[in-house]
Design a protein around this ligand. Structure first.
Ligand SMILES: Nc1nc2c(c(=O)[nH]1)N[C@@H](CN(C=O)c1ccc(C(=O)N[C@@H](CCC(=O)O)C(=O)O)cc1)CN2
Ligand code: GAR
Length: 427
């Protein structure tokens, strides 16, 4: 005990420790602590009183300044006035701060004792209040680990942007604006708060339903069996798209007739002398824009696509050709002409090619191919039928990938399809 007959502040802080660690029964603590509370009140008030009246240290001030400030002992020497005076002034200021602090703690403890609040909860509450006033972000509460900052959105739920493979691949998404927006939104959300990201993450986990359903225009000139296969796949749901308009250069062809039966609008293109009401290239672009077409699929269309349309729909026009391009393609190679040329060449294999359309016949980037055998005694019609069966399957598979944003570009400009079954695989 010091001359003021009071326990040193260490005892006081030990009490605080015991209280906050809950080793002391709340009731006992509430009985003993008012004593400390009054003492701290006195310790805080007396120095102010004395310092105004006599500029001397009061008993409680010496109590606070006797510990833990050893250098305040110098005030007893009385010989080195100058140094000891400044030291005792600084130690009395410090002890004054200590007494205010103990007053604050004792108030907190009393308050928590009477309102049976946990001291830690009180501090936590103060902390949350403090944080809440200072920032918008959600404070992860230990009681609700779901919001813990460690959770991060799963990367696999998005079209992978860069594919690690022996090729260096970059991703230039055919993503619909919606899924791109979603991706950028999620990056934005990560900066603001965990909770919002978790909401977006749950939406992204089901991202296939969130990918915008694509709107398709199909171009035909003949029977339209590839068009029918694609339309049926859209109706059955295996393709995330709809055929919203059919374009043909032959008003009465099989494909145009099927479209009318399915209430799909039919547009004539290009203008010809016996088809004056057909559209011009610019009119065709405007009409397809009005239908909000995303992709154009040529399926047995026998006219050259104008450059106006190619520029209006970059990397969005596809064609199916009945040979393994670049073999047996270009001007003059269409329909049975192709299969006759293949058989005449002695080629052992043939098959359909799906490629991007550029300004010339059959020179665009190859996207997909399937191989079928050419049998020794095949007729052109037998080979055509074998190839056509593969065409129907391949065009539906490629259109499905297209409508699910699964077309990516290798850095050397070769387009690839990301597997639906294993997103880490490309073909
Ligand atoms: N800009 C493009 N337009 C078209 C392409 C293309 O790759 N780029 N592909 C064709 C489809 N096709 C092969 O897949 C093709 C069709 C027609 C011809 C052709 O020689 N046509 C004749 C005329 C035929 C007729 O009018 O009956 C010709 O132009 O002399 C070659 C290849 C669709 N358009
Ligand atoms: N060069 C273009 C060309 O020859 N296209 C071919 O026309 C046929 C149309 O059949 P479909 O009308 O029954 O789909 C398909 O075999 C297609 O590959």
């Amino acid at each position: 005990m010091d001359q003021a007959g009071l326990p040193p502040p260490l005892f006081f802080y030990l009490f605080i420790f015991l209280k906050t660690t809950q080793f002391l029964p709340r009731l006992l603590f509430s009985l003993i602590f008012p004593f400390f509370f009054l003492h701290s009140l006195a310790a805080a008030a007396i120095p102010t009183f004395y310092s105004r009246r006599r500029q001397v240290s009061s008993p409680s001030l010496s109590f606070f300044s006797s510990f833990p400030f050893p250098f305040s002992a110098s005030h007893r020497c009385g010989r080195r006035k100058g140094i000891s005076h400044s030291l005792s002034v600084s130690s009395s200021l410090l002890s004054l701060a200590a007494s205010k602090l103990s007053l604050f703690f004792s108030f907190i403890v009393i308050f928590s004792g009477f309102f049976s609040l946990d001291f830690c909860e009180l501090l936590m509450g103060t902390q949350s209040l403090f944080y809440g006033l200072c920032s918008k972000s959600v404070i992860p509460s230990p009681k609700n680990p779901r919001n813990s900052l460690s959770s991060s959105p799963p990367s696999h739920s998005y079209p992978s942007c860069f594919i690690k493979s022996k090729y260096r691949v970059s991703f230039r998404p055919q993503c619909s604006p919606a899924s791109q927006r979603l991706r950028s939104l999620s990056r934005l959300e990560c900066k603001n708060s965990v909770e919002k990201v978790s909401n977006v993450v749950s939406e992204k986990e089901d991202s296939t339903t969130l990918i915008k359903r694509k709107r398709l225009a199909v171009f035909v000139s003949g029977g339209g069996s590839n068009f029918r296969s694609i339309h049926q796949a859209c109706v059955e749901g295996s393709v995330n798209g709809d055929v919203v308009v059919l374009v043909s250069n032959k008003q009465a062809c099989g494909g145009a007739q099927y479209a009318r039966d399915k209430n799909i609008p039919v547009i004539l293109f290009p203008k010809t002398k016996d088809g004056p009401d057909a559209l011009s290239p610019d009119d065709l672009v405007n009409v397809l824009r009005r239908f909000e077409v995303d992709f154009i699929l040529l399926a047995g269309y026998l006219k050259l696509i104008p450059v106006e349309l190619i520029r209006a729909y970059p990397r969005s026009i596809f064609n199916i050709h009945p040979s393994l391009l670049p073999a047996f393609g270009g001007k003059g190679y269409y329909g049975m002409k192709v299969h006759k040329a293949v058989i005449a060449s002695g080629a052992r294999y043939s098959g359909p090619t799906i490629h991007f359309v550029d300004e010339h016949y059959d020179t665009g980037r190859i996207l997909a191919q399937r191989v079928v055998p050419v049998l020794a005694n095949d007729t052109a019609e037998e080979l055509a039928a074998r190839v056509l069966r593969e065409e129907h399957k391949l065009y539906v598979e490629v259109t499905s990938a297209l409508c699910e944003d699964r077309i990516v570009w290798r850095e050397d400009g070769v387009p690839l399809i990301r597997s639906k079954v294993n997103p880490k695989e490309y073909y």
